[in-house]
Design a protein around this ligand. Structure first.
Ligand code: 6PG
Length: 467
């Protein structure tokens, strides 16, 4: 029996879609899913749906592995976490030297790095593959962020590049990211940026809802989506706003408690650890957490007396500029985190290429990311690009107007605030941190640096005890 060129283990939503994508790209595959509990019949159902002679289905792990040509390429598509280790250990007895295992889930990059090291002891290659684009992206072309050894990537590159989305120039939105957990790190930051972008849209919706109907907001978002601000998230939001269930707007039926699967908080935790202020996406994580305190919010809302007497109308031109401003800051913060991680772990990551990979197929794809990927070919940071800085500078009036509108109407817009605060902080040459340093030295003799002194020199002051 002719062997398959690729194996997919796990036929959940994403695994199934990637398998179909491979078949559509004429890649002969083997698929495996366990046959227990609710998963009984998953493989048989997939074979029926695929209706393709290039796919072989298995419920026996050994038979699955043996059906794939060596060195094997096996993509694991199961829930991130301990399960991945169980799957790897289950596969190990059947694998041979130089086989390549790929984890396409949202695994933590530190776990991925450990798995790369663990499997290399067994002479098995491990790739941590960031996959973005949801079910539709997986089927039609996702954005792919592979990390691990470059040699292993080169062996799977042809397959991944075939199934990936294509950028404006027809190049695959997939390229080697970097060693160890670099691929999953970049995917994690992608998700953090996704959280920030989603929250900004939710804040726009909250501001606009005071004076507009769902239909009007949707129309406005569709209009914006025709121009420079076009993005996947803006487009789906415009569609969501007019979605109905029966005669009712679906949004009116959805409980206002935002869930999360953890990648947003990982991204913020790492940012804290590496000392990078990613305030927009971290605030977006907090906004989701705050939303989940629904009962408390309902009780408190009844207790306070802060009814707005008259609604302050919103300036739509300023709103559009403020949205552009905050989105740029959110992206810049995410890129800064990637840059810092790259320097810290010595990964050699290429920000321009990462933005190019994000230019299609993924959840944060946008016209702006396409433009910024070109800008980053010339400079190391968006803040080093004259046109970006002068754009943000011009938008400062707009963002302050929108924040004032939020205050006047008592609308919660935390990510807009954070974008603005970060910009103000980053463009203020003399900060108030000299006072913090003095306080630290006062109570803890933590020492401080002095203006004009050598960087490695530190000072302690004998503080006068006045209190
Ligand atoms: C993607 C998405 C995808 C997913 C995450 C985040 O790039 O396709 O980021 O990975 O949406 O699961 O979801 P939560 O909002 O549940 O954390």
């Amino acid at each position: 029996m002719k062997k398959s060129s690729f194996g997919i283990l796990g036929l959940g939503v994403m695994g199934k879609s990637l398998a179909l994508n491979m078949l559509n790209n004429h890649i002969p595959i083997s698929v495996y899913n366990r046959e227990t509990g609710e998963e009984v019949g998953v493989v048989a159902d997939f074979l029926k749906t695929a209706n393709n002679t290039s796919v072989k289905g298995f419920t026996d792990l050994g038979e699955f592995v043996n059906s794939i040509e060596t060195p094997r390429q096996i993509l694991i598509m199961v829930k991130a976490g301990k399960v991945i280790d169980r799957v790897i250990n289950g596969l190990l007895p059947y694998l041979e030297e130089n086989d390549i295992i790929i984890d396409g889930g949202n695994s933590h990059y530190e776990d991925t790095a450990k798995r790369v090291a663990y499997l290399s002891e067994h002479k098995i290659n491990f790739i941590g593959l960031g996959v973005s684009g949801g079910e539709e992206g997986a089927l039609k072309g996702p954005s792919l962020m592979p990390g691990g050894s470059k040699e292993s990537y080169q062996k799977i590159a042809a397959t991944l590049e075939k199934i990936a989305a294509k950028d404006d120039d027809g190049k695959p939105c997939c390229n080697y990211i970097g060693p160890a957990g670099a691929g999953h790190f970049v995917k994690m930051v992608h998700n953090g940026i996704e959280y920030g972008d989603m929250q900004l849209l939710a804040e726009l919706y909250a501001l606009l809802l005071l004076t507009k109907t769902y239909e009007e907001i949707s129309k406005l978002f569709f209009e914006w989506n025709e121009g420079e601000l076009a993005s996947y998230l803006l487009e789906i939001t415009a569609k969501i706003l007019v979605e109905k269930e029966g005669n009712e707007n679906l949004l009116n039926l959805i409980l206002d408690k935002a869930g999360n699967k953890g990648t947003g908080s990982w991204s913020s935790t790492v940012a804290l650890k590496l000392g990078v202020p990613t305030t927009v996406k971290t605030t977006a994580v907090y906004a989701r957490y705050t939303s989940s305190f629904k009962n408390e919010r309902v009780v408190l809302a009844k207790k306070i007396d802060r009814k707005i007497k008259s609604i302050e109308p919103i300036d739509l031109v300023a709103l559009k500029e403020a949205y552009d401003f905050a989105r740029t800051i959110n992206l810049q913060q995410g890129l800064q985190l990637i840059k810092t991680a790259s320097d810290t772990y010595n990964w050699g990551l290429d920000l321009a290429e990462i933005c190019r990979i994000w230019s299609n197929g993924c959840i944060i794809k946008s016209k702006k990311i396409v433009a910024y990927s070109k800008v980053l070919q010339q400079v190391d940071s968006l803040f080093e690009a004259k046109q970006v800085v002068s754009g943000l500078n011009k938008q400062e009036t707009a963002i302050t107007k929108i924040l004032q509108n939020g205050l006047a109407n008592r609308v919660n817009v935390p990510c807009f605030y954070e974008a603005y605060n970060y910009w103000i902080a980053m463009t203020t040459a003399q900060s108030s941190a000299n006072l913090i340093q003095a306080q630290r030295d006062f109570f803890g003799a933590h020492r401080f640096q002095k203006i004009g002194a050598k960087e490695e020199e530190s000072f302690h002051h004998n503080w006068s005890e006045l209190c």
